[in-house]
Design a protein. Structure first.
Length: 219
């Protein structure tokens, strides 16, 4: 009997009175640092970052698309009308091409660079005719029909990239011609390669003058 009374006292002592338990819980709740606050901030930031990134990406995409749309008519205006592209030939009116300016047309899926050279540029091209450093020696006169008009295929003879130099502000390389951004080949104002790794000069496409201001590229 005495032992049973001892057990009852122990069991009773192991339980906390209800009021004290509630107080303790309330104190704990007050002490607890709002458990979801940091997480919520993080989520807000993440959401904000994601939204901002999307805007940047969307804006960037629009800019690229916008650039494409805004520059294409300008570029396309140089290209011949579809009725002049036939049987692998491209006819180009060069009447409006001013000295010192370049245009790009498409011929059989390749860019063709046309430049109306100034007397100074022509003199520069001829001055290097005998340069022993030419990688693929060729006279400027052998690369043109009308010395004023240079017509070359705008494809690097290394691995086929399109060299820079057609747009104002482009890197034209050390010799004022074209610079290939892929591996650094440099072409002069005659389209001759001056720095490798390109092994050959820019190719001259077959072309002929249909009139003093109109050329047909292609056979
Ligand atoms: S493709 Fe032009 S340098 Fe390589």
């Amino acid at each position: 009997m005495g032992q049973k009374a001892d057990y009852a006292a122990v069991i009773a002592g192991s339980f906390e009175p209800m009021e004290e338990a509630e107080d303790r819980c309330a104190r704990r709740r007050q002490r607890r640092p709002e458990p979801h606050k940091d997480l919520k901030m993080e989520m807000d930031l993440t959401t904000e970052t994601t939204r901002r990134d999307f805007i940047y990406i969307a804006a960037g995409g629009s800019a690229v698309l916008g650039l494409g749309y805004s520059t294409w008519p300008f570029i396309d205006s140089f290209n011949p009308a579809s009725d002049t592209v036939a049987a692998g030939t491209t006819e180009v009116n060069v009447a409006e091409l001013q000295p010192g300016t370049r245009l790009t047309v498409q011929w059989r899926g390749h860019p063709v660079f046309i430049e109306r050279r100034t007397p100074e540029t022509l003199a520069l091209a001829r001055a290097d005719d005998d340069n022993p450093a030419l990688i693929d020696p060729q006279l400027d006169a052998d690369r043109v029909i009308d010395p004023e008009l240079l017509v070359v295929v705008g494809v690097c003879t290394h691995l086929g990239c399109v060299p820079l130099g057609q747009s104002s502000g482009d890197n034209q390389g050390l010799y004022g011609g074209w610079y290939c951004p892929c591996h650094g080949s440099v072409y002069d104002v005659s389209g001759r390669v001056r720095r490798g790794p390109a092994p050959k000069n820019l190719e001259i496409p077959p072309y002929q003058f249909m009139s003093p201001s109109r050329i047909r590229i292609g056979d």
